[in-house]
Design a protein around this ligand. Sequence first.
Ligand code: ADP
Ligand code: MG
Length: 636
Amino acid sequence: MSLLQIAEPQQSTKPHAHRYALGIDLGTTRSIVAVVRSGKASVIDAPETEDTLLPSVVYYGATSNTTPDSPVVGQQALQHLRDDPSNTIVSAKRFMGRSSDDIKFSHPYQLSGQQGEMPAFVTAQGHISPVQVSADILKTLAQRASQALPEDSIEGVVITVPAYFDEAQRQATKDAAKVAGLKVLRLLNEPTAAAVAYGLDASKQKDDDKSHLYLIYDLGGGTFDVSILKMTAGVFEVVATGGNSALGGDDIDRLIANWLLQQAGADPKKIRNEDKSYLAQQAKAYKQQLSDTDDITVNVEITQDNQTLHWQGKLTSTLLQEIIQPVTRRTIRVCEQVLRDAKLTKADLDEVILVGGSTRMPIIQHIVADFFDKQPLCHLNPDEVVALGAAQTAQQLISNHNNDHVLLLDVTPLSLGLETMGGLVEVLIPRNTPIPVTKRQVFTTYQDGQTGMVIHVVQGERETVENCRSLGRFELYGIPPMKAGLARIEVTFSIDANGQLTVSAEETTTNTKSQIAITPSYGLSDEQKEQLLMAGFEYAEADKQARSLIETKVEAEREILALQSAMQEFATLLNEQDQNALKQAIDSLQQAISSDDLANIEQAQASLKPLSDEFAARIMDQSIQQTMSGTKATDW
Ligand code: ADP
Ligand code: MG
């Protein structure tokens, strides 16, 4: 009999063996892995080259004598981008959890697969899914880590994803980790990870009961993310997120390149593609120089109509600020929207944190400082912050001591709800709700004797189903036949810490149950998501009117159904004249319903009401008489 318990059941049986957990920033263009050692987070480099950044590129060419277990990943794969682009997969992240319909951006790949499914890349090594590509990148990072750490000491990983990733994209990321043989402790939003790296943990503010609010502004090469974090009494929570996956440093480069073209007097339509990409490279270099100095001399040499156009001039910070305004303005608009979502003002924020390579630009730092009226934090390496924060979170998740009580919560990017009568959306979980979350709502049947019900799960900000995105549907069977409105169908929406949604429905009087885990094979593109969000704002008033029309119609139809069923059941209570009067009033109401005119419907309802009230009174009278014979309802 043992008196001393030396290890908790779920912990290592070797109490002195140190356990590690990795933080992985699985980026569109580059990926990084970090780990906490001796209490400090640091990135792990490649032993041979000491590179910390791994280009998110995998080569599946015919000439490579690799086995599927060791494809060429990273810098070496990048070298094939020129000679064999169709077998060199870059930006696989943009394909994760997307269907062929969602993939509207241009790319050099031949895709295979059914419509509505996540397509695969057709390569010399066969059909390779985006999940496989991500898995190969993850495997390479994990190998780096296992070389740097004691054997078998890696307990699991935290992988970061853009805040805007939806259920399908998150699921694809988890699948990739599984294929790579990694245990996912959690998926974490990239901006959240950055905030952790900046040490905004609860532990630093332990004695403080006040809430602290932080805004993270993350402008990278091709993406922009904003999130607002709130910390109260040791609980760290993301209260709102927003962003744009097609906004970043690349757009800044394009604006500068265009400006250079204009200065040289060139026509952008007549420029050769090689010149365009060269110009973009040049623009990027100029931009980065202007992060360290106030003005530079720039040169353009462009071939157009077999003629060489030459221009040399000055580019100053002030001019650059003007050129890139379309980008900076858009980022500020996103910030405003996220503040609105969080029902906060700029003055409520305790800190603003800058993340992402593009925030190295003094112009961006100034614009952010100006807008928020405060100096933003920007002292950490913007390439590493996300991985470092992920590593810290990973360590927290496996550590035994819960001194910190730090809870990291994410939020739902779009509202989740289900379809109700008339094609309306009933929202169960509004957007920006912190997760994990469980919400329940009771619904009922619409028709007498209804034994089945379709639960249609949708995502979006509009009031009507046709303007939202369908996530999936399932049926609840075996509802015992009852009068309309008597069955109690409890629908539960549940989102776990990884953003996985499960919807279940139960008829509570009989415990009939049905459920689905929403893992659609494709996801929403960020563009669509932005559209859904913007539409929600734009159409709010029109939607309200549309909603009240639909609600009135549904209500009127329900009345008619109930009346017709009662007219059959209690036919003896109506003489022919009553019958005809009711039928006529029902007819007019039906006509009004099909006219789609709210006033008409309400008028027809008003005319029907006295007749149906009278009928209801008779039914009541009769049933009371039946139970208490000899007593009249009017005696009560
Ligand atoms: P992503 O996460 O989207 O891959 P990063 O956060 O790594 O992007 O940022 C890459 C972007 O940062 C590129 O557009 C690059 O030009 C820009 N960048 C990097 N260094 C600087 C700098 N010193 N000044 C201005 N922009 C920079
Ligand atoms: Mg980034």
